[in-house]
Design a protein around this ligand. Structure first.
Ligand code: NAD
Ligand code: UDP
Length: 324
């Protein structure tokens, strides 16, 4: 690793981006956090504002920007279904035009650029668990398509800039990740269940809760993401990053109730359209190429996340969508 690199983190004020900025600032890099605050708030990076090696820019990635950097982590994109469905056209623009703009910047600066892709590119998968060579089963006209197809097109753009222009790229496909600084009103299952359990309100289980997800703790994910960026062995991905331990959503609800000692009930409601039935990463490639393995169990990670939720003032977070 070269010390003191100039690193741009788009979406740097978000859940994952803010912690990534914190890690990079702590190791001495010159960090530029770029965000339009669509799904985040300054509170996530307020503790970094007085650091000499941290800069915050309010900017939208669909508009080009002229900077001089050595590395770019491209995280700008709403990630929770309620957020990315709020303005689906903007979501596609953010993925596609955002990718074009960061790739153009990387090409001009000769910078390395990493794309935060997603397990959603596999859609509602027919193959289980999902390896990187699986091409996916996405409904191109459904309510999740603005995100899924936007991220798929972004991967295509990354590969074409690499093949045509020799841009130094990295692609990571992130599976459900949770932890402190998740937006408490983002509508994702972990934040909903914890918020509801701490208020002793009913936990909203969509469907019968038999659908599965595999939850990765934030710090495990970021460690793999940084390793991928720093990888000098010519491995560009795509690579799955996630925790392969699979849980049903009902099991998650029960665990959150246990860990919060809540008196909440679990209440079933309608399953959203195109909600994937199963999701579990095959992380053989990450194990082989990055020698990486997630370390934090769901029980331990949830306990840390619950501790954080207990410390925040919910009144400081606005629900960014009319869904709440
Ligand atoms: P997040 O919503 O907390 O962070 C996204 C950030 O991007 C926010 O700060 C938001 O304001 C910003 N943003 C959105 N549109 C923008 C635009 N047009 N211009 C500039 N900034 C913009 O979500 P997150 O969970 O931290 O996700 C970060 C990245 O990781 C996203 O690209 C997401 O698709 C990807 N990802 C996350 C998960 C997960 O489980 N957390 C899973 C798969 C992929
Ligand atoms: N879910 C739920 N209750 C909620 C929010 C989500 O049962 O309050 C379910 C949702 O239907 C999905 C899973 O939890 O099956 C994960 O949803 P999330 O929005 O967190 O992420 P996804 O993996 O679907 O993008």
């Amino acid at each position: 690793m070269n010390p003191n690199q100039r690193i741009l983190v788009t979406g740097g004020a978000g859940f994952l981006g803010s912690q990534l900025c914190e890690l990079l600032v702590a190791r001495g890099d010159d960090v530029i956090c770029l965000d339009n605050f669509f799904t985040s708030q300054k509170v996530n990076v307020i503790h970094l504002l007085d650091k000499p090696n941290f800069e915050l820019i309010r900017h939208d990635v669909i508009v080009p920007i002229w900077l001089e950097v050595d590395q770019i982590y491209n995280l700008a994109c709403p990630a929770a279904p309620g957020h990315y469905q709020y303005n689906p056209i903007k979501t596609i623009k953010t993925s596609v035009m955002g990718a074009i703009n960061v790739l153009g910047l990387a090409k001009r600066c000769n910078a390395r650029v990493l794309q935060a892709s997603t397990s959603e590119i596999y859609g509602d998968p027919e193959m289980h668990p999902q390896p990187e060579h699986y091409r996916g089963s996405v409904n191109p006209i459904g309510p999740r398509a603005c995100y899924d197809e936007g991220k798929r097109a972004a991967e295509t753009l990354f590969m074409e800039y690499h093949r045509m222009n020799n841009v130094d790229i990295r692609i990571v496909r992130i599976f459900n990740t949770y932890g402190p600084r998740m937006h408490p009103f983002d509508g994702r299952v972990v934040s909903n269940f914890i918020r509801q359990a701490l208020a002793n309100e009913p936990l909203t289980l969509f469907g019968d809760g038999s659908q599965t997800r595999s939850f990765c703790y934030r710090d495990d994910l970021l460690q793999a993401m940084i390793q991928m960026m720093e990888n000098e062995a010519g491995f560009i991905g795509p690579v799955n990053i996630g925790n392969p331990t699979e849980f049903t959503i009902r099991q998650l609800a029960e665990l959150v109730i246990e860990l919060t000692a809540s008196s909440s009930e679990i209440v079933e409601s309608e399953l959203p359209v195109d909600d994937p039935v199963r999701r579990q990463p095959d992380i053989s490639l990450a194990r082989e190429k990055l020698s990486w393995e997630p370390e934090v169990s769901l029980r331990d990670g949830l306990a840390k996340t619950i501790d954080w939720f207990r410390t925040i003032d919910l009144a400081q977070y606005h629900p960014p969508t009319p869904n709440f």
